[in-house]
Ligand binder design. Sequence first.
Ligand SMILES: [Zn+2]
Length: 286
Amino acid sequence: MKLFSLLFILLTAITHITAQANETDRSWNQPVEPFKIAGNVYYVGANEITSYLITTPKGHILIDSGFKETVPQIRANVGKLGFKIEDIRYLLNSQAHYDHAAGLADLRTITGAKLLASVEDAKLLARGGKDDPNFGDRFPYEPVTADMTFSDGWKLKFGGTTMTANITPGHTKGCTSWSTTVNEGGKKLNVIFVCSTTAPGYKLVDNPKYPDIAHDFERTFTRMKKFKVDIFLSAHGNQFKLDEKLALLRSGTKVNPFIDPKGYPEYLVETEKAFRELLASQIATR
Ligand SMILES: [Zn+2]
């Protein structure tokens, strides 16, 4: 009897640890059949929480882990595409928030890959998302220590692919929008993996944990507007209309729907408007 109750407590505890916290998280973590976006860039993430595989002859690169619960999907997706998860050599992260970083610890164990992070987001990764300037301790995850940190403009050159780290701070202090180029139909296309320029409920004025936050967002918008983008990807599926584009791709459209030079500036305009409204309202009620 005693053993039985102990087992029960143990099982409940395990379920509690592995079950996803809320309905929104679960709705963001629905499986998606993996597919090729363009060139050597593949989609291996969930419906809203994205994850990208960039393949090279020397081994692969993965951007973002999703939630801890996304990891089994990523693992299965990489396999379905005919690649081996063990061949992933580098783990990259867009932003050190739980919905994009909570699975990094597990992925590193599975792959043995090196985790590369921006100087500032490496600190948040090492705190397991705690003491976030806007979320405090609300969204913790298993802490991970980066194997190497980098600053703005650093390039990962591996297996013929170059990934450039553009630090676009605001959403997190070390928010990293990776960029690369792919060859598609004889054309060289610019690809961006946007970190995020959203400020959901953020404290943009008098934020003691991030005094420069509004200034950082301003600089990020100015800078990101200058990027010439052909293929617009992001940490969240809805930001680049993943659903719509994937439906078009599966319908057999001739033009790759992920080539979307208009979608990128539109996203910036939209998020900058939201940022400015939030900032103005916070200045007004200061
Ligand atoms: Zn975030």
